[in-house]
Design a protein around this ligand. Structure first.
Ligand SMILES: Nc1ncnc2c1ncn2[C@@H]1O[C@H](COP(=O)(O)OP(=O)(O)OP(=O)(O)O)[C@@H](O)[C@H]1O
Ligand SMILES: [Mg+2]
Length: 317
């Protein structure tokens, strides 16, 4: 392995020795940690990483270094910023959930009244109006149901193989998008079964996978759209400030246009959407579900290469 190649990466990379002291750091790492290489080298890595929510640590064998540490670009914000962002998202979710509750009852009333009126109306052309009311009420009810969803589904942890939900999500995408894109599987079959809320995680994965498929199929003139699903074990990840011995990473990658730059900073906020028909809840709900499991949802995106990563703890230290 030639560490000079790391200079080209946007991802911050550190190489550590057996005692987890920094031996090499690329420019992205210097920039991200706000410390020059000269100072970083020789220091224990923990001093610098304790404040980040997600760090990937891979053991190296047959190399002069013991560990390779990667810090995704968007994890660059300092601990305080991330805490604030998470707290802000939780507060927004709470406000929206309360609002959704307020909307739910009158909406049901409106729909029932429109149905009764529909039955009483003598003329078919008048019933077109009541049907519009009913259809739009149903659309709103769907939105409301999604807004109130996470806290209202009782979480039932089950033991299952993660590839089951990967296959399920891909099957659903295949049904919806058919042959308009190529689906690629890159599974690590040694990933152990996980104990988690199966339906919740399937929904979270599906939200991410559907976004990828939508980005690929809604873009005109895209040559060979490919959606890839990858599973890997990650060693010693730090997730939501908690170190774990092992973690699971599900990566959903696409070669579509990328997340619009204007959305990137607030992508996980509720109601943030770049699509005309989008509600902007998919990623917010997926993030909430992962956090409930002690994990995180993160992404890197540029035109031609977008990656969403679902990271979950497998074992706590
Ligand atoms: N793989 C991707 N490539 C490009 N843009 C993406 C990708 N994934 C998400 N986005 C952008 O992020 C926005 C927010 O996604 P999110 O899933 O939260 O909401 P949505 O898809 O708009 O609506 P819905 O609530 O129906 O999922 C999308 O509208 C899209 O603009
Ligand atoms: Mg979506």
């Amino acid at each position: 392995m030639d560490p000079s190649g790391f200079e080209l990466l946007q991802t911050a990379v550190l190489l550590l020795d057996e005692s987890e002291r920094i031996v090499q750091a690329n420019s992205a790492a210097e920039e991200l940690l706000g410390v020059s290489r000269r100072i970083l080298i020789g220091h224990p890595v923990d001093v610098y990483l304790g404040s980040l929510t997600s760090v990937l640590k891979t053991p190296l064998s047959g190399q002069p270094w013991a560990w390779l540490v990667e810090i995704p670009v968007h994890q660059a914000a300092r601990f305080e910023d991330q805490q604030q962002a998470l707290a802000g998202q939780a507060a927004q979710r709470e406000t929206l959930r309360n609002l959704a509750h307020e909307i739910r009852n009158p909406l049901t009333g409106l729909r029932v009244a429109a149905q009764l009126l529909d039955m009483e109306l003598p003329r078919g052309d008048l019933r077109d109006y009541t049907r519009v009311i009913i259809e739009e009420a149903d659309r709103l009810a769907n939105l409301v149901a999604r807004l109130v969803s996470p806290q209202h589904q009782a979480i039932e942890p089950q033991c299952f193989n993660v590839h089951e939900i990967c296959e399920r999500a891909l099957a659903l995408v295949e049904l919806e998008f058919g042959r308009r894109l190529t689906l690629v599987r890159d599974y690590d079959t040694s990933v152990p079964d996980i104990v988690a809320d199966r339906d919740g995680l399937l929904q979270a994965l599906l939200n991410v996978v559907r976004n990828g498929a939508q980005a690929l199929t809604e873009t005109a003139d895209l040559d060979s759209p490919v959606l890839q699903l990858r599973t890997r074990i990650v060693h010693q990840p730090v997730l939501l400030h908690t170190p774990h011995r092992m973690g699971l990473m599900i990566t959903v990658a696409d070669n579509g246009p990328g997340v619009p730059a204007a959305l990137q900073d607030k992508l996980f906020h509720p109601l943030v959407t770049g699509r005309a028909q989008g509600t902007g809840l998919g990623l917010n709900l997926a993030q909430a579900c992962l956090q409930l499991h002690g994990g995180v949802l993160e992404f890197d995106s540029r035109p031609g290469r977008t990656e969403f990563r679902l990271l979950l703890p497998l074992e706590t230290v």
